[in-house]
Ligand binder design. Structure first.
Ligand SMILES: Cc1cc2nc3c(=O)[nH]c(=O)nc-3n(C[C@H](O)[C@H](O)[C@H](O)COP(=O)(O)O)c2cc1C
Length: 432
C-alpha cells in the first residue's frame, strides 16, 4: 500500500477543479509572462534557485507511490520538469536494506535511488514514526548507503544524535569536506534535498503515527523534523510535505499552523501544502484558499502547493491564486509528461503544444525501455515491467484519438511484444 489505497475507486474522485473562487478565469499565459518579467527566464522564485540551482521553473513532479520511479522521472525531465521527488520511503525499509524489501508496505528501494546522471536534481522523501530512525534514514539517503555498512546505518538509528557530517570524515577526506563546504551533497549524485512526509493518509501501523497522522500529534512531528534537520548537512535543504489539516476541526487547523511554523523555525527550507485534509484522502476537491492565506501571512517563507493540478493551466492558476513559489504536479502528470513541456511553452511565450502521435509513440517506447532497466533485478523483469506499465498505458491512451480502444488494449499487456504490438497498431510503429 502506498500513499493512496489500492482501492482507489473508493478513495479518489475524478478530476475536478479545486475550490478557489474565480481561479478558473485567470489567464495562464498572462501569469507565465508576469513570472518571467518578475524573475527572469523560467519564472522561478530566486530564493528556491539559490537553494537548488537546477530548480529553475515553478513546478516539479510530485512523489507518487507506485509511479514516480526513475523511469517516470526521467521521462518527465526530458519534457522540461526541473526536479522530481521520490515516492515516500518508509524509514524502516530504508534501514533494513535488502531485507526490508519484502516487508515494505511503501515505496521500494529501487524506486528511490537516482536513476543515473539524467535523474538530477532529485529530492528523496522519507516517512516514519521514530525521530532517530528518520534521521538515520535521511543520512543513508544522502550518503546513498555508500559510506558505511547496513549494520552501521541501523546502529545510527540507535545513537542519540545521528549526524551525517560527523561521520563523513571531514578533514580526513578532502573530497567530502569540499563537497559539503561548497554546498553540495557529501556523495556525488546524491539527493538535492530530503523531504519529510507528514501528509500521507495511509493508516497507522502498530498504533504509531506516520505521514499525515502526525498532524494529530504535532509535538512528535516536531521531534522528527528536528532530528532530520540536525542529521542532514546544512548545505542540503530539508523540506516538508503536509496536508492543509488533519480534518476541518479548529483544533486540527491549529495543529497544522503550529507544525507549519515549527518546520520553518527548525530550519526547513519549504513546506509543500496539499490542499486536502488527511481525512479526505483523495476524495473531493482540494481547497486553494488555505494555501493563499498561508502565503499572504508568510511572504518571507517559501511555500509550495499541491492539489488538483490536472493540466498546465492549473499550474499557473495555482501560482496566481495562492502566490506559492512552486507547484507540485501529481496525478496530472501520470501518462502526461507533456504537461511540463506545455508549462515551459507558456513560460517561453508559446502556445502549449499537444503531443503528436509520433511523440506519444516515442515516449511509450522510452518509458518501457527505462522501466525495464529500473526493474532489471526482478525475477522476470519483462513481465514485472509490462504489468506495471499497464497503468501508465491506460493514462497515456487519453491523448490518442481512439482513447477507449487503446486504453482497453493496454490493460492486457504482458510483455514487450504486447506493448510493441499496441504501438504498431495504434501509433504507427514498425516492429523493432
Ligand atoms: C497514487 C498516489 C501516490 C502518492 N504518493 C505520494 C508519495 O509517495 N509522496 C507524497 O508526498 N505524495 C504522494 N501522493 C500525493 C500527491 O503527491 C499529491 O499531493 C496529491 O495527489 C494531490 O495532488 P493532485 O490532486 O494534483 O493529484 C500520492 C498521490 C497518489 C494519487
Amino acid at each position: 500500500m502506498g500513499c493512496q489505497s489500492n482501492s482507489s475507486s473508493q478513495n479518489a474522485t475524478p478530476p475536478a477543479f479545486a475550490i478557489a473562487d474565480g481561479a478558473q478565469e485567470l489567464d495562464p499565459s498572462a501569469i507565465a509572462s508576469d513570472l518571467v518579467d518578475r524573475f527572469g527566464p523560467g519564472g522561478m522564485d530566486p530564493r528556491v534557485k539559490a537553494l537548488i540551482p537546477g530548480f529553475d521553473a515553478p513546478f516539479f513532479q510530485a512523489g507518487l507511490a507506485g509511479y514516480s520511479d526513475a523511469a517516470m522521472r526521467i521521462i518527465a525531465r526530458r519534457h522540461g520538469c526541473p526536479i522530481c521527488v521520490t515516492e515516500a520511503l518508509l524509514d524502516r525499509t530504508l534501514l533494513d536494506g535488502g531485507k526490508g524489501f519484502a516487508k515494505a508496505d511503501l515505496g521500494e528501494i529501487h524506486d528511490n535511488v537516482p536513476g543515473g546522471d539524467e535523474d538530477h536534481p532529485l529530492i528523496g522523501q522519507i516517512m516514519g514514526s521514530d525521530p532517530a530512525e528518520m534521521a538515520a534514514a535521511a543520512i543513508k539517503m544522502i550518503e546513498q548507503g555508500k559510506l558505511r555498512s547496513n549494520k552501521e546505518y541501523r546502529k545510527l538509528a540507535e545513537s542519540d544524535e545521528p549526524r551525517a557530517t560527523s561521520h563523513l570524515g571531514l578533514g580526513e577526506d578532502a573530497d567530502h569536506a569540499t563537497r559539503v563546504a561548497s554546498g553540495q551533497s557529501p556523495v556525488p549524485s546524491s539527493f538535492a534535498a530530503i523531504d519529510v512526509n507528514l501528509a500521507c493518509p495511509v493508516k497507522k501501523i502498530s498504533k504509531k503515527s506516520r505521514g499525515g497522522h502526525w498532524l494529530r500529534e504535532p509535538e512528535g512531528a516536531i521531534e522528527i523534523l528536528q532530528a532530520v534537520r540536525d542529521a542532514v548537512p546544512d548545505s542540503i535543504p530539508v523540506t516538508v510535505k503536509m496536508r492543509r489539516s488533519y480534518d476541518d476541526t479548529p483544533e486540527m487547523k491549529q495543529n497544522f499552523l503550529y507544525l507549519f511554523d515549527a518546520a520553518y523555525d527548525l530550519g526547513c527550507a519549504w513546506v509543500v501544502v496539499h490542499g486536502r485534509t488527511v481525512e479526505q484522502k483523495y476524495v473531493g476537491p482540494s481547497r486553494w484558499d488555505p494555501l493563499k492565506e498561508l502565503v499572504d501571512r508568510n511572504p518571507e517563507r517559501i511555500i509550495m502547493g499541491s492539489g488538483d493540478v490536472w493540466d498546465v493551466n492549473q499550474i499557473f492558476r495555482m501560482i496566481a491564486y495562492t502566490g506559492v513559489s512552486g507547484v507540485s504536479v501529481a496525478r496530472g502528470c501520470i501518462g502526461n509528461p507533456w504537461i511540463f513541456r506545455q508549462a515551459r511553452d507558456l513560460l517561453e511565450g508559446r502556445e502549449p503544444r499537444e503531443p503528436t502521435i509520433g511523440e506519444q509513440r516515442a515516449v511509450l517506447e522510452q518509458h518501457f525501455e527505462l522501466a525495464l532497466a529500473v526493474n532489471k533485478n526482478f525475477r522476470d523483469p519483462e513481465l514485472h515491467t509490462a504489468k506495471n506499465m499497464r497503468k501508465f498505458g491506460i493514462k497515456f491512451a487519453a491523448h490518442h484519438p481512439q482513447a477507449l480502444e487503446v486504453k482497453k488494449s493496454f490493460i492486457y499487456v504482458k510483455s514487450l511484444d504486447d506493448w510493441e504490438e499496441i504501438l504498431k497498431k495504434y501509433y504507427g510503429m514498425q516492429p523493432i
